[in-house]
Design a protein around this ligand. Structure first.
Ligand code: ZN
Length: 173
């Protein structure tokens, strides 16, 4: 019986074959450059895929994923991605995509010590604190959790806008 990783390699071989069957120059053309219109910032959750849920093809979306789709100026990875996407790739749109049943958001709602995850989850705990009166007024725990998922996306969008603004300001100097 094949190991799961062997299936992945086999799937990749089939994918290459199917792309070449459609267009013999597919990889040659793809290797030239990338010119995506979109930057997608989403959760690392295995169920929340980027390209697949948007019906996008290779070359169309620049992707950044982390636990609970956080944008934080102290995180060099997300700031580098945003700066590169805006200044160099000149993407037209930035998408911040959250999802219900997000494990990161759920973990942030629990007061447990989660070790290395604590500083990361603090970003979401800060979102909770910013909207505490609204969230605490929601009695149903699953509804409160869903609302925090939504508010987290909203706050991360604000963080993106702040960063994009800094980028434009730098351009004017
Ligand atoms: Zn998630």
């Amino acid at each position: 019986m094949s190991q799961s990783y062997e299936v992945i390699f086999e799937n990749n071989r089939k994918w290459v074959e199917s792309k070449l069957a459609d267009n013999p120059d597919f990889f040659h053309d793809l290797a030239k450059n990338q010119n995506p219109d979109y930057l997608y910032i989403g959760c690392s959750d295995s169920r929340a895929t980027a390209e697949e849920l948007m019906g996008a093809k290779p070359g169309e979306v620049f992707v950044h994923r982390n636990i609970a789709n956080i944008v934080n100026t102290l995180d060099m990875s997300s700031t580098a991605v945003i700066q590169y996407a805006v200044e160099h790739l000149k993407v037209k749109h930035i998408i911040v995509c959250g999802h219900y049943n997000c494990g990161g958001v759920k973990a942030a709602m629990t007061p447990e010590d989660l070790g290395l995850l604590n500083p990361w989850l603090r970003n979401i705990r800060d979102v909770y604190r910013l909207h505490q009166s609204e969230l605490d007024s929601i009695e149903d725990e699953s509804k409160r959790y869903d609302r925090l998922v939504e508010l987290n996306v909203q706050e991360q969008c604000i963080n993106v806008v702040k960063m994009a603004w800094f980028g434009k300001k730098a351009d004017r100097k």
